[in-house]
Write a protein that binds this ligand. Structure first.
Ligand SMILES: NC(=O)c1ccc[n+]([C@@H]2O[C@H](COP(=O)([O-])OP(=O)(O)OC[C@H]3O[C@@H](n4cnc5c(N)ncnc54)[C@H](OP(=O)(O)O)[C@@H]3O)[C@@H](O)[C@H]2O)c1
Length: 297
């Protein structure tokens, strides 16, 4: 049985659907069993657990052969310390707790959804925590696979879809920064197949795959492509990052911040992948942006 932690999320739910289509037995770990049951009509076992609470994990891991960790806190990248929804609590400690529970439960392989940019010396704490979580997994003694996606888009994403919602209401698309940062957008269906391969294919054991789509594009080019596929004519209205960060700094003082200065850095950063190992080991088909957008926009 394969346990997908965060299986109701953007990436997790696509992975669950892919695994079910391949005939696998799947369980989903999340904080609310009813939400899991509502997301998947049949064929998926709901396992309630909170990755910040280690005591909740052993029952959730019982019987799992493979674990896929696709957990992320709500509203990421906007951290909420009061609710313990932070990169440290969920990405780092939440992964450590799951790895420990997986080891105790006799799990054979653990797949971790990290992200491009993860590094020991990264300037941003979210990348350092991802790297630390990766390291903990690599040293734990069970088979591991690390998948570091670039920027993910698809029907349920909260980034490109939000920009298109603005476009539907406004004569322009507001965007923080100059939009010239390089991205390698990866289609959710492609990523789901890659994660399923990472879980199931023997040659993926103990591999780290950076995953990007087939094109390196700027954020401006991604938005223009989406507007074109949608048949909308809108200009992109760039907002200075300093203004976003000033708003984020003030908003960040609220008990439940709607924005933070860090979140502005997060969304305006580049996201390209070194996908050589992915191509060598799994060699997936990667859908070009316009072709993928045309399937759902
Ligand atoms: N989306 C991207 O573009 C992207 C790019 C690179 C890397 N990644 C990485 O991929 C992973 C998945 O991202 P995503 O965008 O698919 O996330 P998401 O859509 O926000 O989904 C998060 C999932 O985690 C669950 N969750 C949240 N807090 C939890 C907790 N404390 N305990 C247990 N489950 C919890 C949520 O379910 P409940 O709320 O019901 O518990 C939900 O199923 C993350 O590690 C993210 O950093 C994402």
């Amino acid at each position: 049985m394969i346990l997908v932690s965060g299986g109701t999320g953007l990436i997790g739910s696509a992975v669950v659907r892919e695994l079910l289509a391949r005939g696998e037995r799947v369980a989903v770990l999340g904080r609310d069993a009813a939400r899991i049951r509502a997301a998947f009509a049949d064929g998926v076992e709901a396992r309630e657990g909170d990755v910040r609470e280690p005591a909740t994990l052993p029952p959730a891991m019982r019987g799992a052969d493979i674990v896929i960790n696709a957990v992320q806190f709500p509203n990421e990248p906007i951290e909420n310390r009061r609710k313990r929804n932070t990169f440290e609590e969920v990405d780092l400690k939440g992964t450590r707790h799951q790895v420990d529970a997986a080891k105790d439960a006799g799990v054979r392989r653990f797949v971790y959804l990290s992200g491009v940019g993860a590094s020991r010396d990264a300037e941003k704490h979210w990348f350092r925590y991802k790297w630390e979580a990766e390291k903990y997994l690599q040293d734990c003694g069970i088979e591991w696979v690390i998948v570091r996606p670039s920027w993910v888009y698809g029907p349920g994403d909260r980034s490109l879809n939000r920009l298109l919602q603005f476009a539907a209401r406004l004569p322009f698309v507001p965007l923080f920064g100059d939009g010239e940062q390089e991205m390698q957008p990866v289609f959710i269906d492609d990523l789901a197949r890659i994660v399923a391969d990472a879980a199931l294919r023997p040659e993926a054991a103990n591999e780290l795959f950076e995953v990007g789509g087939p094109e390196v594009l700027t954020m401006n080019e991604v938005i223009r492509a989406a507007l074109e596929v949608k048949g909308m004519k809108r200009r992109i209205l760039h907002q200075p990052v300093v203004i976003g960060k000033a708003i984020g700094t003030l908003a960040g003082l609220l008990p439940s911040p709607p924005l933070t200065a860090d979140a502005i850095d997060f969304i305006t950063g580049p996201a390209t992948a070194d996908d050589r190992r992915l191509r060598e080991v799994l060699n997936p088909r990667l859908t070009p942006l316009r072709e993928a957008l045309a399937t759902y926009l």
